[in-house]
Design a protein around this ligand. Structure first.
Ligand code: UDX
Length: 459
């Protein structure tokens, strides 16, 4: 079977390389010539563990090729995955589906054999059915183009593993059309026992949106409790451990900190609210507005902490931000809490330097006004405060002795709750975390400072 993947961004490039790994002949199509040229040479335009090797392997074997031509794509395969972006279109969160409509239209103009088009992108419910009737209307006479929906649940940083060995597969079809082909495409994963859900279009679309809304809610739920423990006392990590022991709840996605970002969760919860309103269901998803607000408030909190830590420390205090990507093992800075906090501190007049082991280039493109030293030492040299915002392993393993001689003042804010408070306090540092009561030997900052009485400042 020959397969095309239309849209070779993060999702599409991963999917194309993994399909080649599964044994198919694959063509990846994108309208961006620079992206196609890089991929065709086996170069990945973003960071993702294990993917460069897979890409090179299959470009070299000839099983995987790339093109900007839709005519070539239509002629090459009769199974086409749509993996184009569905970004946030407007302030109210509505998803922009023009790329997906455009890709299908362009494909249909060239298809002259029966074909199955499989949507992968995250879309507002109702999109698949609309595209299916568009395909019926626009298919050339004598050809049948069917639609199916197969949402993607891959996580950045684990994209290859999540694609080759997913924790479930969801096939959404119109009365089963296309199911035999889908089962063929995923034969390896199915033979290995991957659970399969065969359902209709709407359920398939909603499974993806619901999963992301649930994950976002889980993170904001624990961050809401972090707001409580910051004021009332208590330890958010111990609380998460304890509720996570209940199998019905589970410990994952209960890490309190500076909150979620990236290209999916923030956009998807906004798009879901917008779609729900369009469906006339006014308030059904209102709680997601709180999830979003709580999440953004965590960033305010870190900004406040830095301001508090550096009150009275002279003209332009220097802040070293550790991390720029929205999470470790990724160079993605879309809606990154780390980069957002860095930019806001810069706006407030702090001298900000940002260090990220991988995302330096993408961060500099998005926020050119900030400084990006090439080493962690360069970033923290002379700093009045160090702020850890993306929990890369090299930051998690930091000990006071690594930074003592470099910084000007020993202030550290751990925005991901990954450092050992006692170690930093014993090392003579002022130390703050989100959602944690002060460690022994620490005085709380007076409540007058905007209710921030759970902050740990060495007495
Ligand atoms: C997410 C979904 O997990 C994935 O299934 C979907 O296909 C795409 O969206 P991804 O955006 O790669 O994947 O990141 P994810 O691992 O979900 O993390 C999202 C954000 O939540 C990150 O900013 C991360 O730092 C944050 N997070 C995660 C927390 O703040 N606390 C947690 O406990 C977990």
């Amino acid at each position: 079977m020959r397969i095309s993947v239309i849209g070779t961004g993060y999702l599409g490039a991963t999917h194309a390389a993994c399909l080649a790994e599964m044994g198919f002949e694959v063509i990846g199509m994108d309208t961006d010539p620079a992206k196609v040229a890089a991929l065709a040479e086996g170069r990945l335009p973003f960071h993702e563990p294990a993917l460069p090797e897979l890409l090179r392997k299959h470009v070299q074997s000839g099983r995987l090729r790339f093109t900007t031509s839709m005519a070539e794509t239509a002629a090459f395969a009769n199974v086409h995955f749509l993996a184009v972006g569905t970004p946030q279109a407007s302030e109210d969160g509505t998803a922009d589906v023009s790329q997906i409509d455009g890709a299908l239209r362009a494909l249909l103009a060239h298809v002259d054999q029966d074909a199955l088009v499989i949507g992968k992108s995250t879309v507002p419910v109702g999109t698949a059915r609309r595209l299916a009737s568009m395909a019926k209307k626009l298919a050339r006479p004598g050809t049948t183009v069917e639609l199916a929906w197969n949402p993607e649940f891959l996580r950045e940083g684990y994209a290859v593993k999540d694609t080759l060995a997913p924790d479930r597969l969801v096939f959404g079809t119109d009365s089963g059309t296309g199911l035999p082909i889908l089962r063929n495409v995923y034969a390896t994963a199915l033979a290995a026992g991957t659970p399969l859900v065969e359902t209709d279009f709407e359920t398939a679309e909603l499974v993806k949106v619901a999963a992301n809304a649930f994950l976002a809610t889980k993170i904001s739920f624990i961050n809401a409790f972090a707001e409580i423990t910051e004021v009332a006392g208590g330890d958010i990590t111990t609380l998460a451990d304890a509720i996570g022991m209940d199998e019905r709840i589970g410990r994952r996605f209960l890490n309190a900190g500076v909150g979620f970002g990236g290209g999916c969760l923030p956009k998807d919860i906004r798009a879901l609210q917008a779609r729900t309103r369009e469906l006339g269901l006014g308030n059904t998803m209102d709680f997601l507005a709180s999830v979003d607000a709580l999440n953004l408030r965590r960033r305010d909190k870190v900004v406040e902490l830095v301001e508090l830590a550096l009150t009275g420390s002279g003209a332009r205090p220097q802040v070293a931000i550790l991390g720029a990507s929205f999470k470790p093992e990724s160079d993605d800075v879309r809606d990154s809490p780390a980069l957002d906090v860095a930019a806001r501190l810069h706006e407030r007049g702090f001298a900000v330097s940002v260090f990220d082991p991988i995302a330096r280039h993408s961060a500099a493109q998005r926020r050119p006004e900030l400084d990006y030293p090439e080493t962690i030492e360069g970033a923290v040299a002379g700093a009045d405060a160090v702020v850890l915002l993306t929990e890369w392993r090299q930051f998690r393993e930091l000990v006071p002795g690594d930074l003592d001689a470099l910084v000007r003042r020993r202030n550290i804010i751990d925005g991901r709750n990954v450092l050992d408070a006692a170690q930093w306090l014993d090392g003579g540092w002022n130390f703050w975390q989100l959602g944690r009561k002060p460690a022994d030997g620490c005085a709380a900052v007076p409540a007058a400072a905007a209710g921030l009485d759970a902050l740990a400042v060495r007495a």
